[in-house]
Design a protein around this ligand. Sequence first.
Ligand code: SAM
Ligand code: SF4
Ligand code: F3S
Length: 471
Amino acid sequence: MFELTHDKVHDEKRQGEAFAALAVAASSQKKFYIESYGCAMNFADSEVVASILIDRGFGVTQNFEQADLIFLNTCSIREKAELTVRKRLTEFRKLKKENPGLLVGVLGCMAERLKSKFIEEEKLVDLVVGPDAYRSLPGLIEEAETGQKGVNVLLSREETYGDISPIRLNSNGVTAFVSIMRGCNNMCSFCVVPFTRGRERSRDAHSIIKECEDLFAQGYREVTLLGQNVDSYYWVDEDKDEIVSFAKLLEKVALVSPLLRVRFSTSHPKDITDEVLFTMAKYGNICKYIHLPVQSGSTRMLQMMNRTYTREWYISKINRIREILPGCGLSTDMITGFCTETEEDHKETLSLMEYCEYDLAYMYYYSERPGTLAERRYEDDVPEEIKKRRLQEVIALHRIQSLASMQKEVGKTAKVLIEGNSKKSDEHWAGRSDINKVVVFPKTNNDLSKGSYADVLITECTAGTLIGKIV
Ligand code: SAM
Ligand code: SF4
Ligand code: F3S
């Protein structure tokens, strides 16, 4: 699944709007501050955590200096992600010295991976709570207030937080994440997620639809359905004796309103079906954009990665997408320098990219994670400078391709969902097109506001933005 950059989510203006709506009441109320790292699922989880705490009478603050409780919702996907959290914790250490009553909690994947070891390693941490244990947070906070350390890292086979209405912390009021499943049953050899998030389970379809309906009623106009592997969504409606597959779920969400855009992430190439592609083609409000991580262009690497598809299988999926959904936006994830990767393997990655012409790619060099299959089975034998050089080559090729994909849009008309003012000017709107390109255009029509759709003729572009005018 695509990961979120700190900048993207910690857009102060957007946060400000959301937090103003949650304006904290009594001054005696204990306030928490929460900072999220990693993938969209973690950001969505923070909204569940906020809901659980606000329900118990806590208030939320955007300023950690005013907080009685500080939470870091952490990521373990690469070593660098963990180092970022460690660094942030040292910054909070100073604060805790000044205010000994302050509680610091670590949530999410790093909490799950390190468990109580975290408390031994980072003495200032009071709470360590894994992704399936957030309901126990209020009780653990009470314990921590008496000076005990609170740890709960139990993984569950059932927990989906389906009944909890997330509090939209970082929202622009137009787009929202909706979690549809948790965990992952794939065992990609490089990946720590199956260990930090546990077994895959799908959320009750009724609660998903209800959340989307509520969001629409509140003025939201786009939902992104989230899961590590959305195509394996599977839920049985026992009342109706109906099996709800991901394609069925997509259809049900699309039917909430034609004005509600639907996106989803992440699709696994082995699981995305024709039924999903045909459902996308059938509904105008399901965005024509697929994030289909490939990881490598070499079948030998893919086998070692345990991705369970070959280069040819992946290409056949891309062809099928292009056939059923012409013009569909495509993005991917790529890892360079996985164990034993040769120059030949690397060239296959570059040639696969040439073929697929991705609109967007999230590119990384391999970072060995403790406990994963790759760590146990293979030697991390590609020197770091080679991993990094190959990554630079992948990035350079992607830059050329993504600019070309922007230029292809010039002269076309895009239907844009307005998300707010453009970052650079209050005189311009910014939003995204169906195929997920950022579009900026002048505010010439007074009827438009955040959450409106506009037909925009694209007149020029930069590497990251399409620029146009209303038609
Ligand atoms: N479930 C999704 C999938 O199957 O593609 C995404 C999982 S992960 C949250 C996001 C991306 O991080 C992966 O697609 C992969 O490219 C990258 N990643 C995962 N483990 C990694 C590792 N050990 N080193 C470098 N990148 C890694
Ligand atoms: Fe990790 Fe693979 Fe699961 Fe994605 S599908 S979360 S890469 S194990
Ligand atoms: Fe997501 Fe990072 Fe966990 S990418 S699932 S927060 S390891």
